[in-house]
Design a protein around this ligand. Sequence first.
Ligand SMILES: C[S@@+](CC[C@H](N)C(=O)[O-])C[C@H]1O[C@@H](n2cnc3c(N)ncnc32)[C@H](O)[C@@H]1O
Length: 236
Amino acid sequence: MSCFSSADESAHYGFSVCMLLEQYRSQLRWEQEGVVELGTGDATAIGDVVGSLPGLRVRGFDISPSSVETARANIAERGIADRYTVELGDFFDRADSGGGPPVSTVISNPPYIPAPDRDILMPELWGGVRGNDLVLQLLKAGYDNVIAAVASYSDPEATVRTAEGLGYRVVNFLAMGLDFGPYSNEPKVRRQIQQLCAEGRGWVGDDGYMVAVALFTRSPDVPGDRADQLLRALQL
Ligand SMILES: C[S@@+](CC[C@H](N)C(=O)[O-])C[C@H]1O[C@@H](n2cnc3c(N)ncnc32)[C@H](O)[C@@H]1O
């Protein structure tokens, strides 16, 4: 499989990002600064958000050449290429390049598939042994605001506690139940998920799991902390 495809998950990511950007419009300063994105995929989720928020500019990155090609076609089709760009490459190597003013908000539905190694259906979706390597790396990358999807089976407690240790609070989140799809249903992935759940590092139901798109911030302009509510929402 060459390009991430999961309609429910992408829709939840897009709606949630849109709502969080709207709700915290002034504090996140995205009309002044724009936002960056780790993992654009086919760009449909955030393409619709860019279409509905006229002041939004997104600089996206993806390591998958076929995703970037598809994303560029979808962005062109929506007529938003002036406000949504996609570059091929590793977000962590490239997002600081470009020489523009600093951006304080990053958005992502990051890879979160847990497996013992990268040899899975779509290797670009590998999130390390516990599934949360990429979100942890994102939290350590220095952005004041991180809007990211957190899956119930990818050691969410370690993610939230690491975020706290880095000075982040969970301002708000939108959680949704998702069915196991082709990536999480792969036998070696399901075995890894079972093991994480047995260790108390993950939670799933018989047929599915939870994903929350959460706003982590270390900005004093955005008050509140719903970290414990987020963890409760992910424990099935
Ligand atoms: C779960 S998909 C999300 C795609 C899209 N945002 C969506 O929700 O439909 C994660 C995407 O991240 C990309 N990716 C993985 N590691 C990356 C990295 N280090 N830098 C940039 N993109 C990466 C993958 O190729 C994949 O397209």
